[in-house]
Design a protein. Structure first.
Ligand code: SF4
Length: 380
């Protein structure tokens, strides 16, 4: 019998209590009353994949959104239970859920633990009330502290906090305070992203009207490097451009994306990579449910990856990781030598001090971390 293919599973929950000013995710405020029909559809989608997933071993599950913690926990339990019946789930499966402060209580958290969830991600974003208000977040800093304490009480020892830097009005002192609080709370994983102003968001509109001034690049980069240094001094390893973990607490699910491992995405707008094909689901809640009700897989677009796509994805996703990309692995996967294919690009990037080559390994330099997009463009 051939070995099973290790596969990640992503489950999208598109509901939120309110819409944050910077958010361009597939998430909707004020529609939680549609959760019942949405989760019914999710369960049917699991059934639709039952036969195709026979040879896949799910070793990570990520319930993301949106804010999965804003819906009743019974929906999450039902979906996970069905996954356990229909799919092969590894015994050591990492099961994560995203949440927001103010939507968690001990009952909900205990129920998550009972259904096998062993990692929780909590959206803090910033520790200062003025910044939370500016970002359009509903919760307070006290809500965040309470959520972390409740999560620990419920038995979670693998806790991530999402934070943002480069927010207009955020000072270096604010940023340092946010990180210090996380270290003091003994959080095991931190995702720290620079604020991006996206079109179609409230911030995007404000920028267009001249009501928002973006932070200077220099301050943004100083904040980034402050995080790298401060978190290193406090026992965190930076293992990806924006992700930091205590030893043994890297997010296995996100590593599947960066390492181009197969994953199946369920729910509205979810993306998948299975057997060399990328596909995405119908984006809106209505079109997603509609497809499922017709008994169809709710796929909107499919793209079969060519050899050149696979190689290119391996490079620009792998270079996000601090360990970089490795020629031995590359040869095993693609039967070719990475240094021959990218000789010119490597030479140029090395001259610009954006990458370093150490034996079989290529990774970003500290300057390359700042100018990562310039590097990635070379491989697209
Ligand atoms: S909680 Fe997250 S998904 Fe929901 S609106 Fe805010 S940023 Fe978007």
């Amino acid at each position: 019998m051939s070995p099973m293919t290790k596969t990640g599973l992503y489950i999208h929950v598109p509901f939120c209590s309110s819409k944050c000013n910077y958010c361009d995710f597939n998430s909707y405020a004020g529609r939680i009353d549609e959760a019942e029909s949405y989760f019914e559809a999710l369960k049917k989608e699991i059934e639709l994949y039952y036969n195709t997933m026979e040879t896949n071993l799910i070793d990570t599950i990520f319930i993301g959104g949106g804010t999965p913690s804003c819906v009743n926990q019974k929906y999450i339990n039902e979906v996970l239970n069905l996954c356990k019946i229909k799919f092969n789930i590894s015994e050591t499966c990492e099961i994560s859920i995203e949440s927001n402060p103010g939507t968690l209580d001990i009952e909900k958290l205990t129920s998550y633990r009972r259904s096998g969830i062993n990692r929780i991600s909590i959206g803090l974003q910033a520790y200062q009330s003025n910044l939370l208000k500016y970002l359009g977040r509903r919760h307070s800093t006290d809500d965040f502290i309470a959520s972390v304490e409740l999560a620990k009480k419920a038995g979670f020892n693998n806790i991530n906090a999402d934070v943002i830097f480069g927010i207009p009005e955020q000072t270096m002192e604010d940023w340092a305070e946010t990180l210090k609080v996380l270290v003091e709370l003994d959080i095991t994983h931190i995702s720290a992203y620079s604020l991006k102003i996206e079109e179609g968001t409230r911030f995007g509109d404000m920028l267009e009207r001249g009501e928002l001034i973006q932070v200077e690049d220099e301050l943004d980069r100083n904040m980034y490097h402050y995080a790298i240094d401060f978190l290193r001094e406090n026992g965190f390893e930076q293992y990806e451009l924006s992700n930091f973990a205590k030893e043994g607490y890297q997010c296995k699910h996100n590593l599947t994306y960066w390492k181009c491992v197969d994953y199946l995405g369920l729910g509205a707008g979810a993306h998948s990579l299975l057997e060399g094909e990328r596909f995405s689901n119908k984006y809106t809640i209505e079109s997603y449910i509609d497809s499922i009700e017709k008994g169809l897989k709710p796929v909107e677009e499919r793209y079969k990856l060519e050899f050149s796509d696979k190689v290119s994805e391996y490079m620009f996703l792998g270079l996000r990781l601090n360990q970089g990309v490795n020629n031995s692995e590359f040869k095993k996967l693609f039967g070719q030598d990475m240094f021959s294919i990218y000789e010119e690009s490597f030479k140029e990037l090395q001259q610009k001090k954006l990458i370093e080559i150490c034996g079989e390994r290529v990774s970003l330099t500290p300057l390359g971390l700042d100018l990562a997009n310039q590097v990635f463009m070379k491989f697209v």
